[in-house]
Ligand binder design. Sequence first.
Ligand code: BMA
Length: 848
Amino acid sequence: MNVSELEWQLKDWKFKAYEDNEWLTAQVPGCVHTDLLRNKLIPDPFVGTNEKQLQWIDRKDWEYATEFNVPPELLAHTKLELVFEGLDTYADVYCNDVEILSANNMFRTWVIDVKPYVKAEGNTIRIRFRSPIQEGLTKLAALGYPLPATNDDSKTGELGEQKVSIFSRKAPFHYGWDWGPRFVTSGIWKNVYLRGWSGNVVRDLFIRQDAVTADTAKLTAILEIESDVTGEAELKLVTDRGQSWSTQVNLTKGLQVVELAVVIDRPTLWWSRGLGEPNLYTFDATIVHEGVETARKSVRTGLRSVKLIRKPDAHGTSFYFEVNGVAVFAKGANHIPNDSFVTEVTEQRYRHEVASAAESNMNMLRIWGGGIYELDIFYDLCDEYGILVWQDFMFACSMYPGDQAFLDNVRAEAVDNVRRLRNHASIALWCGNNEIDGAWAHYIEEGGWGWKKDYTKEQRDKIWADYEAIFHHILPDVVGSLSPEIDYWPSSPMQTLTNSVAQHATNDSKHGDVHFWAVWHASEPFENYKNNIGRFMSEYGFQSFPEEKTVRTYAAENEMALDSEVMLHHQKNGRGNFLIKEYSEKYMKEPKDFVSFLYMSHVLQAEGMKMAIESHRRAMDYCMGTLYWQMNDCWPVASWSSMDYYGRWKAIQYYAKRSFRDVLVSIDQNEDSVDIHLVSDLQRSIAGNVQWKLYDFAGGLLKQGSEAVKLAAGSAIKSLSLSASGLLGENNPNQSVLVVELVEGDAVLDRKEHYFAYSKFLELATDPGVIVQEVAGSEGTRFELSSTQLAKQVWLQTEVEGIFSDNFFDLIPGVPVTVQFLKRDVNGAAFAPASPERIEVKSMVDFC
Ligand code: BMA
């Protein structure tokens, strides 16, 4: 904070429905829904079908207010500002009954000069939040025709076909999504405070990274200074690693931009996870005027160069990220908001998510465009854990209006957020929107999601021109001028901006990124992941249910059935339960009851995602990224997530951890050919052995072999092909398992099992005889597991919330597995070794 600057939080808020008289206690940051809940005026929105009864809330106007006295030291400043870091969304703000702001964008920050309006004592701030639904309906009527918004759940919102989400700059998922409920919130969702300053302030400090190499970092420190005084001042810039620079500044009244060239020799670079340490620097700028330090601002960043490399190659056009000149295969997932009520997400929950990504060997998260530009803490954590961020602007699966007021609002929002986030080392890409280029498919008459047919030629041209204004002009302009070192990509997925048919992505695009959804939405088999691979897979996914413990938070005992009203309500994808069942019948054994079905859905999802992830990795360098849909949930629900709303890891999270390992053994059977692939993201070569062993389910070793291999840095090879029939001979394919290890010296770099039949057909012993033994000296934190018969998909459960170093793995007799328990949220750490107290062990036979 600036030296001559004082920030003072506005507290003690109260709220009420606008037409009511009785005030209730409010929590700020927060929203109407959570305030009503805390006042016990509504039932828990996530339980049962309560969502349906709570739709009245968004139809009303709401009022928030507080009263305050201004401390003398604050009032003494020559400037006094009221800062709202975020207002959701239509907010008319009154200070002592004078209207000082009419806000209309959840994603903007509002700063108002309130010096003329406040006094020492007895001030009030009143905010009238106008209903975003009524606002939307008015705008819809004015436009005269609807705009498509596929996931806007207007029916649950009791609006029939009237989709109003697109008219408001507000988190799209608030209006419902195919994994989320409809809760259209209003409220003060970020900090609100008074800020006083005198003399001058540093409004913004940007460390622009003009050219960063291992030898030198050429940077420009760009300061936006606002001054109330004139004269010569000194600007000093120091880092926490001991460098310093300074320059003279001629202060003028008002806003001025000062640039300072900064060169750091042999910089300690920031690396994404897997390549090196995510080293960070703090830059601290101070202004010294007339011998006194008058203003100060600190920012933290990591020195790195990050680029999206799209250049023609033998196949089409590459699409990969390069960090400090090193090509990175992106491994990760898509992130959605962690809560329908975004103010409920604590720092711990954010830490749990980002640490889970790192623990799962990921190096990238995509912040998907239907949620929010995340809070600063999210990016701080990504910076610290070395997780690259693909950042969408908040537009998804809809067409948007294009009147001047809307466009200006979008530009202002982009400016606010790019400025806020541009010092984060983790930000690797700005992307215009989610799936709109392909959904509208302007250049293919019959293409896209069938939206165009509802419009006249004139309307279509207008809608597309409005699209282009935002995604081909405004947003790239803002990124280009405010964060020029980071690339912009107009829409995910897309091929190349050609203004022709070639622009729109297809499942077999040779340029750009691909969202592949034919597995799941079109019921295609998992195997089709293998032959639908693009240059960068930014979405694909498969649903599962949350685990029993989580289901029981929203369903009562008599609702524990797939087709109960509550279970159907907590499945927002129309065909979702049907699809899980259909695929489960193809690949899995029949679950013996509802709870078993939940388990089977986890394993099913995990098997599918393994097939996808590993196909993508085997296709390196052609394919250079794989981000599955989706990392997390915003409420307890059946969805494509890998951790549920409570952060509980599903089987897929453990599978992802294994399939994302920097060195991977991947086994792929095509008819009789069992192909053993090796993939390495290491920057060094590997000289080792591939050792394979064929076992029966009682642990009898049937055959084995070994072959020396060399694996170059950052490469994928097919190292060996075996014949399934040759391997199996007379042995029962439903009772045989192939185990393959890549060994270098004494180290097993990776190990995988391969079966010759789907899980459904495996002949499993009814009692695999699993034994769990505490590892001596581990203080109850490590365990060795072994079995007398093959145990498939061993699931370790605990009451204590945490994760195991591995879970949902197979046990082969004679091949024990050691795991460690990591408890959640221990003294500020996401995970720490601890005792799980009691472990419950089950495997597939217990569920069928
Ligand atoms: C993609 C995403 C989301 C959606 C998911 C599952 O289209 O971008 O819009 O939730 O698929 O359908």
